[in-house]
Design a protein. Structure first.
Length: 179
């Protein structure tokens, strides 16, 4: 897999979700993503471009108990990659920290917490073309699913939680994330 599109309907990306996807070069993160688990993109050494449409810096975990584990791109050589973000958030991503204030039994955590978002070689504004509404591809009656395949390439009769590859009647395929 060389690219992945996380749709706008996704709120969180699990820890280690794309770990060791060494050939992954391009990632599109939808605008609703608020949490990204530790190591979600670890060991993705070929990353060139990450397009993050999130309207605020995603917290580095979806779990309150491990929210201080902040390395999303561990060992991914992001110092050679470009991060594309909304123009008004460039400085926030460069700083790579966010304010966090929460309670868990016996502990109060507050203050600013550092992430690895600021470690990208370049952090640039999304272009108008990247933020505009794209053409919508509407399926015709003739286009229907023939098969579902899991991320591991195994055929399945129904979609599984996580990344699925859908094969259509016209021979095309599409990667889709199911919650």
């Amino acid at each position: 897999m060389t690219s992945i599109d996380i749709p706008n309907s996704v709120l969180a990306i699990d820890a280690d979700a794309f770990e060791n996807c060494a050939k992954l070069s391009s990632v599109n993160i939808g605008n609703s993503v608020k949490y990204i688990g530790e190591g979600a993109f670890s060991y993705c050494q070929d990353l060139e471009n990450v397009y993050c449409y999130a309207e605020e810096l995603p917290h580095a975990s979806s779990s309150v108990t491990d929210i201080l584990n902040l390395q999303v791109f561990n060992n991914s050589e992001i110092e050679y990659a470009t991060l594309h973000v909304p123009k008004n958030l460039i400085e926030t991503y460069k700083e790579g920290s966010y304010k966090l204030d929460y309670w868990e039994p016996g502990h109060h955590h507050d203050g600013y917490h550092q992430t690895d978002w600021g470690g990208f070689g370049k952090i640039v504004a999304l272009t108008e073309e990247e933020t505009s509404v794209k053409d919508v591809n509407i399926m015709t009656q003739c286009d229907y699913f023939i098969d579902y395949y899991g991320f591991d390439g195994q055929k399945s009769s129904t979609p599984q939680k996580g990344i699925n590859i859908l094969r259509y009647s016209d021979g095309t395929t599409k990667k889709v994330l199911f919650k």
